[in-house]
Structure formats: structure tokens, C-alpha cells
Design a protein around this ligand. Sequence first.
Ligand code: ATP
Ligand code: MG
Length: 375
Amino acid sequence: MKVWNCSSFRNSFGAKKMSRKNLSIRCVGIDLGTSTIKTSFGGKRFRLASIIGEPNPAGFVGVTQDTSWENNLIITIDKEEWYVGELARVQSVLKIPLAREGKVKGIKEAKIAVLSALGVLHSESNQDVKYVVGTGVPVATSNTEMQELSKAIVGRHKYVIKNDATGEVRKINIHIVASPVLPEPYGCYYYVLKSRGIKRAFDAVIIDIGFGTTDILSIHKGAIVRPASGSTPDAIDTVAEKIASFLEEQTGHIIKAESLAAVLEKGTKVTISGASYDIKPQLEKVARFVAESIIDTLDRLLRNLPPQASIKYYILTGGGTYILGKYLREALIHRRYTTREQILIPDDPVMANAIGFELVAKYFAEKKLSASSKS
Ligand SMILES: Nc1ncnc2c1ncn2[C@@H]1O[C@H](COP(=O)(O)OP(=O)(O)OP(=O)(O)O)[C@@H](O)[C@H]1O
Ligand SMILES: [Mg+2]
């Protein structure tokens, strides 16, 4: 299985309508982020924390009220058992992050993540269903690693998943017929094209603000320009760490950046040992600083764009858009990169990549099917 080259989309963005035949192919989009794995399939969208861990059965069997597969997932694959996502985060002593330093940790871990996500979607009655899985990985992942991952995902897989809360077991036997693996922000680019009915590729820069990294992807004539793409560790955890140290100085209590990031999703009120603080002024100051720092990386990368490139849109995506989006937009305009009209934010920045990869998978299913029906 060759890694799909996105330049093949150049003149063919309009994926044909799904034919009757490929209804038996399920097209799924998966975005492997450093904090969460996002999955999109039809109307179903869900997130799993990007962690696996050693089983720790002495934990809480059945005492939780949340019985969702997403939050109680155990996978047994190649005779090894793993806690996945929230269950690993809460219960495992030994935890392995699925991505770090802007890269997927390893092929084995990424495969566990993908099969876990498919396991949540798959029910026993779907045994004969084939899958095409569009997968997004951090921008710093090399082409060779993407190829290896694609190879590892394609094929027949037999494994078991168990719901730790309910005890339900699913034996899974699936056939993944194709797996295009691409840099995460490409999903959002493709989603924007499709949702706006755009038929021809345009030059664009996608800034995907995540938890651990901000990924920047430059696209010229539909192809990724590698030298003008890259990532910076300036992201939501940078914001959270800076505010956490400020609060530690103020209160004398130890504050975990991860918990603060979760608080920032809801607002700017923080409670520490019963006392309430509003961190709005610090957040504004830190967010402005981090946004400027992201633009400095962008500046360096964009110098490697071919001179004939003409950026039509700057697309801001990733969950970090909720916190840093407005500061990045102001900085892009202030530093004269672009105008307000040329900055786009998709309607669901957290899921946009995964939704885009689902569309990529549909396009692929169509191509695969028409190729096999001709042969
Ligand atoms: N509605 C929201 N409001 C505020 N912040 C949010 C919201 N949704 C997500 N976030 C924050 O956005 C951050 C990044 O989320 P995202 O899921 O895009 O990261 P990721 O893709 O896992 O990370 P990376 O891109 O670094 O691999 C998280 O820290 C999360 O707390
Ligand atoms: Mg991401």
C-alpha cells in the first residue's frame, strides 16, 4: 500500500457520489492528536484521550456511571491487553502517550489507537464490512513513517475490545482495504474545500493549534510544501504552563498545566483550595505572547514557499482556536500577512480534520472501487 499522495487531488476535488456497490465500505476519518484522537463516521463523532496504559484491574470495575465505550475501553491485540483513552488516563499506573514532541510515538501505538477507534464503531453484525480509514498524523511525522503506518493499518485485523464498566466484550474481525495517511491539518483543508463546494485547489496555510504543538501546513497547487510546513511547541499547553506558574507564585499551591487546560475549555474562573480566581487578564497577556510566537515560526516557514505561491486563505483550526484564535487573527492582520476576509475558521475546529479525513476516505473508496470493478 502506497501512501496516498495528496497532489493526486489537484484536479479532482469533486469526489463522485457513493455508488450502491460501495455501501458495504465504511469510510472513517481519524485524527491522531497529542491530547485526543478524534473519529468521524457518518453523524457519529467522538474523542478518545491519546493515551494507552497497562491494565490495572484492581481499579473500579462497575462503579462508574459512565458506561460509554469511549471512556471504558480495553483492547486485546496480538495477545497484549491495553487500557485506552480515559480509562488509561485514570486507572493505569504506566501510561504511554500516543504522540509526543509533535510526532506519533510509534507504529504499534498508532495502530492500537486506530483499531480502538474502529472498535468503538464496530458491532458484531458488521463482520463482513470493509473499511477505508483516512488518518491524520502530526506534521513532523516523516513520509517514511506515514508509509509504514499506512502499511500497518491496511489488512485483516482480529482483536477484542471490552467495556470495563459493563463487562461487554466485542470480538472484532475487520478488513481495512485502504488507509491514506496524511498530515493532520490536510483534513481541515479538504473539509473546507468540500464544504464550500470549491472544485480547484487553492494555495493555503493551515494553522492547527493543538494541545502539545501548533502544526503549520502550506499548500501550493494542491500539494503540501514540506519545507514551508512544520510545527512549534507553542500551543495550549504553553499557555496553560505559563498561567499555572503564575498561579503557583500567587497561591503557593502546585497547579498542573493539564488540569488548567481543562479549566480553560470552560472559562477563566479557577478555584484553588476553595478560593476563586479570575485569570482573564493573565490569559490575555499570555495568549497574545504565544500567538506572536506562533507567527514567528510561521514567518520562518513561509520564507520557503515558492515565489509564485499566492496564499488565498489562512485557515485556523484545532481546539486551541477557541483560546488563541482571536489573538492569532489579530496578529496575522497586524503583521500584514492577510486581511480579515482571508482568515477562515471551520465551524467545528476540534473535529474538522477528522471530518475531512472521512471525506478523503470516501474519495479513496470511490477510487479503489472503480479501479477494482474495471480489473
Ligand atoms: N470548546 C473549547 N474551548 C476551549 N478550548 C478547547 C475547546 N475544545 C478544545 N479545547 C482545547 O484545545 C486544545 C487542543 O485541542 P486539540 O484536540 O485540537 O489538540 P490535539 O489535536 O490533541 O493536539 P495536537 O494537535 O497538539 O496533536 C486542548 O487543550 C483543549 O483543551
Ligand atoms: Mg490536532
